[in-house]
Structure formats: structure tokens, C-alpha cells
Design a protein around this ligand. Structure first.
Ligand code: AHR
Length: 634
């Protein structure tokens, strides 16, 4: 039998144990969770009219020009100038195609805004929402009067139809020279109804995971192909029109599938990330560039004696998150609408960086950060490796430095996950803690997109996660990666949650994450068979935890084999209480089973109640299943 010993509950499970990893990859932010529908709203893409089409009988004569203010408006240099010459209906206008079209919902309000300047007579904007057949499904007018100064104006449109791939059109009627910038359109049903906010269905998917932390903003976009396109948090806060658009690292030929129109508007910037973490009840976990561009690409390095700006960014970020409103960065946070601190406790230095170059730079950061903020836990990179000489070198160096947490990544085959559930069973308990910061099981054919996240991948992740949980005295955080992907705009698979313009669904891996995170427990419980944890013997994987608030024993049991198994259980130290066992099970018809927009819950947990056995305890574990039991105890 599996002996479950509840006598000595000493190893606490961190509330941060199961979290989420957010990166703007696969249209995760722009074109995804950031609900802006206009692509290239400020004409800053490298082709300034990308996403836009000029229309109307006067379009040649009238003339559209892109003006670049250069250093006068360094962060938002371009705007669109339209010569509107005695234009009537249908004479001159603009269309925006959206990211992959625009999802519109029947009876929903859409909020339009733009910045403008106007020389000449008043101009009327005729705003239109269009369906795929170019029929108008929502319209309104907006009057613009002459203005030398830039002004923001707003209007609302109601959509009369649900349209998966609509677009937006704006006619200009009148006579004058019109300058436009930051042309924006948002649905009104954003998360918490925030204007210019996030897509509610996507945030809800995260909320349903009850994540212990939100890691942001990546991933490789932290590093950039080159240092000039690294993620710089200071350029992502403050007024939207001053957040400098840059190319997304996942735009280019380096991505598995390139997306030439992939840029970062930073409408979802560091303030919004902190706010998202707070909304979800999660710890914020930002990762910053350490003075190194992506080593798979240019590998550019900042000389050690010029690292100050980078270190200062890290120090200032802590002030932005936690500082008093009398401080420079704390005041900016307050001005943005959040006077209370965000209570930042963790900070990552570098993503997937390695080698002596990384160690040298990390040392500079660590010294400066620990001197000023000794309580902030620093997360160090383990590179992209999970073993091998480069991993070993870094591991040794980080241990010598007494690093707080090491960010290990594993993108491996299902067999690796099944074979490594014991990875931390005999781990050094005295050294750094582990952040399993990016992992996903990659089945054959996944990276070319022919195969979707399937049950085999999810089952192998569940098996591995029992090992993380059993060792959660040392593994303090874990997150699947990447988090989101747009079905028509992805660069990387597998991903946890897939979306189109209107819908989203969780993969089987999503439901594995959910079963673990919503049944986290507070203490590790020893569960041994013949003196050993079940980590693959007879294809079984088990972890046991105690939930102190509910006084429940929680078992997570994976049978990865082809045959059903009866697992005898022996409980020691506490007695079952009253009520029933709450049983949650994930299974599928085949290992290839997957979810989709049209069948979003093909593989999803089934919940049932089981009577508490009088004496002979056993768990019936069907072939290829993850079973979670919550057992009330006295
Ligand atoms: O999750 C996708 C990418 O995988 C991340 O950007 C990077 O950190 C890792 O290589």
C-alpha cells in the first residue's frame, strides 16, 4: 500500500507554488489580452500604414501623409495628416483591419477615441463597424472643430451583430487639414469594465487558475534580439501616447512563424501587469534585462562598467512598485491610479542567460539590489537548459553566490517529464530554491502546428508536477509556458490557452494546471510505497498534501499506464472525518485528444463524490488519468 503519513507536517507549500507566465508572444498582449482592436493605432509600425487602408474617391487627391516629429516627440514621433478637401460622404476615409480582423459582439458598445489637430472648417468623422461582407453593423458621427493643440475626442458605437472578423472604417467629411494619432477602439466589456483594458474572457481564464504569481513580461522579449529592442519597463508606464512602440521579438524570422505586423504598443505595460496580478490575488513577479541581449541571437553585452542604467532600472522598479508616493516612481504609480504599494517581493534578473558573462552581471545586480532591498527575493536564470555542462556551471556558480531562487526551464518530450518526476527528490536542501519558470511537454509534431496540445502532453506534465509538489519545500514556484496563443497568430506551440477574436479555451494542460493550483494545500504529506515516493513505478505518480484551512488530505494521483490500477492506501496520523471524498478526474478517449474552440471541454475535469471507505482504502485509477481526491479528516 501507499503509506500516507500525516503525523509530521512540517514542509510548507508556498502560496506562490502554481503561477502563470505571461509573455507577449503568439499575440498574447497586442491582438490578444490587451483589448485594443486597432492595429498600429499610432502609425509607428515600420511600415507606417500597416493595418490601414486609405479609401474613397478623393484619396489620391486628398492625400495622406505620415509626418515624423523626430526628437520633438521621441516616444511617439509619427502621426497621420489628411488633406480633406470639400469632402462629402464616401470621399475620403481610412479602414483598419484589426489584428486578425476584429471580433465584434451583438449589442455591445465599442469605445472610439483619437487624438487630433485641425486647421480649417469643422470636419465630421463618420465612424463605422463593418462585418466580413463590408456591411455596416454600427455607426456614429463625431464633430471635430479647429484646434491648434492636440486634443483627445471620444465616441461610442453599438454593434448590431456578432462578427468574428470585422473591421473599422472612418470617413472624413468637410474641408481642412486633419492630423490624427492614437486612433483607438475598445470593446466596453473589458475585465472589470476598465476603459482601454483587458479582454475579460482571457483574464477570467487566468482568474480560474487562482495563480500564486504572475511572471511578466516574458521570456525572450525581456532580452530582445539586440539591446535596443530589449524590454524597458520605464517606457511602458505613464500616458499611453508616450509609451514607445517597438518591434516585438516574435515578429521576425527568428520566430517559428513570423508575424511581420507584430509590435508592442505597451498598452499593457508594467502598471497594468501589477494591476492584473493584484486583481488575480497573485504575487507580481517581473523579470528584467540584465545587460545581455538574447544569446541565441546577437548576444550583445553591456560592458560591466556601463551596467548602471540597467541596475538603476531595477532599483527604480522596486520604488515604482513599493515606494511611498513622495518618491519619484511611487508618485508615478499613484498618478496612474494606485497610491497603495503593489507589495513587490520577487524580482528576476535576466531571462535564459548563461555563462560567466551572466554571472558577472548578476553579481553587480545582486550587490546593488540586496544593499538597498535585502528582503526582495531575486530570481536568477539557469539558462535555457535543464542539464548538461552549461547548466552545471551556472548551477555551481549560483549556489556559490547563495542565489535566492533559480529559474529552471524545461521544454521537453513527454518521456522526459514522465522520467523526471523524481528530479528534486534528492536535491540539496540547503542551497537556492527552485522556480520552475517555464515548462511544457512537447509531443511529436507540436512545433509545426500539425498537432495541438493533447492529453499525452498534459498527462506527462501532471506526472512531473507531482514531483514538484512533493518537493515544494525546495520548489517554491512553477509556471507553464507560454500562456496564450491566437489561433491565427502564433509563433510557438504548445500553449496553455488558445483564443480567436471572440473566444478562448483551455487545453488539457490548462485543466492540469487548474487541478493543481486550486488544490494546492498548505503542507507536504509523506506518501511512500516500499519506502519511496511513487514517481513512475508501475506508471504511477502520486503526491499528497494537507490543506490546513479545510482540514483535508489532498491526493493527486496519475496513472500514466495503459491499464487500470487499484492503489491500496494506508492513512497514518489522522482519521477520516465526516462527509464524502470530492473526486476530480481528468481523462480522455485517447492520448491525442485535444480541446478546441468548438469543443472546449472535450478534456476537462469530471467531479464526483465518493463515500469514505469504512476500512480498506484504495483508489481506483483508470488508465491514463489524473485523479485528485479531497478527503475530509478529523
Ligand atoms: O516561452 C517561449 C520562450 O521560451 C520564452 O520566451 C523563452 O524564455 C523560452 O526560450
Amino acid at each position: 500500500p501507499l503509506q500516507i503519513d500525516l503525523t509530521n507536517l512540517k514542509d510548507e507549500i508556498a502560496p506562490t507554488m502554481w503561477g502563470v507566465f505571461f509573455e507577449d508572444i503568439n499575440l498574447g498582449a497586442d491582438g490578444g489580452i490587451y483589448a485594443e482592436l486597432i492595429k498600429n493605432r499610432s502609425f509607428e509600425f515600420y511600415k507606417p500604414l500597416m493595418g490601414w487602408k486609405t479609401i474613397g474617391t478623393l484619396k489620391q487627391e486628398g492625400g495622406f501623409r505620415i509626418i515624423n516629429r523626430g526628437l520633438q516627440a521621441e516616444r511617439n514621433p509619427r502621426f497621420l495628416r489628411v488633406e480633406v478637401k470639400n469632402a462629402g460622404a464616401g470621399a475620403i476615409g481610412l479602414e483598419n483591419e484589426g489584428f486578425r480582423g476584429m471580433g465584434l459582439k451583438q449589442n455591445l458598445r465599442y469605445d472610439f477615441s483619437t487624438w487630433y489637430r485641425l486647421e480649417g472648417k469643422p470636419i465630421t468623422l463618420q465612424l463605422e463597424l463593418l462585418n466580413e461582407q463590408e456591411q455596416v453593423v454600427g455607426t456614429t458621427k463625431l464633430q471635430l472643430t479647429a484646434s491648434d493643440e492636440w486634443q483627445k475626442v471620444e465616441a461610442s458605437l453599438l454593434s448590431s451583430a456578432t462578427v468574428p472578423k470585422g473591421k473599422f472604417r472612418c470617413w472624413m467629411e468637410g474641408d481642412g487639414q486633419l492630423d490624427l494619432d492614437m486612433i483607438s477602439l475598445f470593446p466596453s466589456d473589458t475585465w472589470k469594465g476598465r476603459k482601454g483594458g483587458l479582454r475579460a474572457d482571457m483574464v477570467q481564464k487566468l482568474a480560474d487558475l487562482k495563480p500564486g504569481f504572475v511572471r511578466f513580461p516574458g521570456g525572450c522579449i525581456v532580452e530582445g534580439h539586440e539591446l535596443s529592442t530589449r524590454y524597458q519597463w520605464k517606457k511602458t508606464v505613464g500616458p499611453l501616447e508616450e509609451r514607445q512602440v517597438i518591434i516585438n521579438r516574435w515578429n521576425t524570422e527568428f520566430a517559428h512563424r513570423s508575424a511581420p505586423d507584430y509590435f508592442q504598443s505597451f498598452g499593457l505595460g508594467f502598471f497594468e501587469y501589477f494591476q492584473l496580478a493584484e486583481d488575480l490575488g497573485s504575487e507580481p513577479l517581473p523579470i528584467l534585462n540584465c545587460g545581455m541581449a538574447c544569446q541565441f541571437n546577437t548576444g550583445e553585452l553591456v560592458p560591466l562598467d556601463q551596467l548602471d542604467e540597467y541596475v538603476q532600472d531595477a532599483l527604480d522598479l522596486i520604488e515604482f512598485a513599493n515606494g511611498d508616493v513622495s518618491t519619484k516612481w511611487g508618485k508615478l504609480r499613484a498618478d496612474m491610479g494606485h497610491p497603495a504599494p503593489f507589495n513587490l517581493k520577487y524580482l528576476g534578473v535576466g531571462n535564459e542567460n548563461w555563462g560567466p558573462q551572466y554571472v558577472e552581471r548578476l553579481q553587480v545586480f545582486t550587490k546593488a539590489l540586496k544593499a538597498r532591498y535585502p528582503d526582495i527575493q531575486l530570481i536568477s536564470s539557469a539558462g535555457p537548459f535543464s542539464n548538461g555542462p552549461l547548466f552545471d556551471y551556472l548551477d555551481k556558480e549560483l549556489r556559490a553566490m547563495k542565489a535566492d531562487l533559480i529559474d529552471e526551464h524545461y521544454y521537453r518530450k513527454p518521456e522526459w517529464f514522465l522520467g523526471n518526476a523524481n528530479r528534486y527528490d534528492n536535491y540539496d536542501r540547503k542551497g537556492p530554491k527552485i522556480f520552475a519558470g517555464e515548462y511544457a511537454s512537447h509531443v511529436e509534431g507540436i512545433s509545426n502546428g500539425l498537432v495541438r496540445n493533447n492529453w499525452l502532453a498534459a498527462l506527462s506534465e501532471a506526472a512531473f508536477m507531482t514531483g514538484l509538489e512533493r518537493n515544494s519545500d525546495i520548489v517554491r514556484m512553477a509556471s507553464y509556458a507560454p500562456l496564450f496563443a491566437h489561433l491565427e497568430g502564433w509563433q510557438w506551440t504548445p500553449d496553455l490557452i488558445w483564443v480567436d477574436n471572440l473566444n478562448s479555451y483551455g487545453t488539457p494542460s490548462y485543466y492540469v494546471q487548474q487541478l493543481f493550483s486550486t488544490n494546492r494545500g498548505t503542507h507536504v504529506v509523506k506518501a511512500l510505497q516500499a519506502g519511496k515516493p511513487l514517481a513512475g513505478q508501475d506508471s504511477l505518480y502520486v503526491s499528497a498534501v494537507w490543506d490546513d484551512a479545510k482540514k483535508e488530505l489532498v491526493l493527486k494521483m496519475v496513472n500514466a499506464g495503459d491499464a487500470a490500477v487499484e492503489l491500496p492506501l494506508q492513512l497514518k496520523g489522522k482519521k477520516p472525518g465526516k462527509g464524502t471524498i470530492q473526486a476530480m478526474q481528468l481523462q480522455a478517449d485517447s492520448l491525442q485528444a485535444a480541446n478546441s474552440i468548438s469543443a472546449p471541454r472535450q478534456v476537462a475535469p469530471q467531479v464526483s463524490s465518493l463515500p469514505l471507505p469504512k476500512k480498506a482504502w484504495k483508489a481506483n485509477l483508470p488508465a491514463r488519468t489524473l485523479t485528485v481526491w479531497r478527503i475530509p479528516m478529523k
